[in-house]
Design a protein around this ligand. Sequence first.
Ligand code: ZN
Length: 416
Amino acid sequence: MIDQSQLLRLLGLPQIAIDRVEITDAAVLEIHVHSTEEGTQCRSCGRRITEPHGLGEERRLRHLSIFEHRTEILIRPKRYRCPDCRDHPTTTQRVDWYDPRSGFTRAFEHSLMRALINSTLEDVAHKEAVTPEHLDGILDRCVPSQIDWTTLTALPVLGLDEIALTKGHGNFVVIVSARVEDTLSILAVLKDRKRATIEAFLRTIPKSLRRTVRVVCTDLYSGFIGAAKAVFGTHVAICADRFHVARLYRDAVETLRKTELRRLKRDLSKTEYGGLKNVQWILRKRESDLSAEERRIRARLFAYSPQLAQAHALSQALTEVYDMPLSKGQAKRKLSGWMRRVKNAEMTCFQSFLKTLRRHWDEITNYFTERHTSGFVEGLNNKIKVLKRRCYGLSNLRRLYQRVYLDLCGYRVFAR
Ligand SMILES: [Zn+2]
């Protein structure tokens, strides 16, 4: 048998005493308690008051389950009368372990927030037998909806990322993030990617923090680069996210692949063309993930289209450059070599990529000095992609901020 002091320890609620415990027919544990804390703060004058004035209505607060049995704390809050204020108003005692607006203890609320990390409102509501509206309410009470600058001492690495909230064009929001050592933080979700919007936000960073920014990781969108340069000046390195650059040169190969397959569909016999089954997926796979059969299909395609073979090889070569542990200077030489190869091969599919490479030479090669920084942008991107899939229609920016915050910091903030 466990006695009351042991049960008290299991409950983990401070300054209460257990009056009695009941188990209902539905196997719900009802634990009747009272507060052992004395006094409260007068709601009118703010002074500490200790003159008892009866008890309030009984509150029923859902708490952490015990052996998977729904557990409820029943308490009649103490009330106190103010001797100093006119009319002697009474105030209901406030305690730390529950919010008077909530039907849950804070410990239970925090467990719900932990459950919501990387999950969906619907799923958590279903598993924990609460409603999505309950979870909405807790999110608003417990999860910040904007950055509190006082929690940060330095912002060495900033990330600027755009994400499309809906499929198709337009409706972009910008995620501003920061990485301090291994900790990722979300600084803001901005309503659009206009340079003015981004610049206005960056200017809200307190001056003392602004001076600590060393690197801004971004894609090659001029609005981002322009805003960052305007706010942080020239001593900050703008660093083009490698995955964004990779998307550009891979897209170039992809476009060529489409035209070539259209041509081959026209020129080849049905059987010959049939031998290229799923080749579009095969080309996207990593070399090490290919099966022998897939390699044969790819070789067939490359035999029909030497141009595509060459473009594919050049794209792979560029990825290899990115994978090498190069200094910025070495990377510049490697990339120049790659550009020469493209020119010599007369590969027109990379024409617009070459222009980008020249225009953003500095931002792109900065990656090699701060190479560890771009992974965090991509990591965050993936997290947000997953979040969007989980919670489609997450168009409320305040809520989006809270959900990203929860996914990034939830285990730290709502630790047991
Ligand atoms: Zn008072």
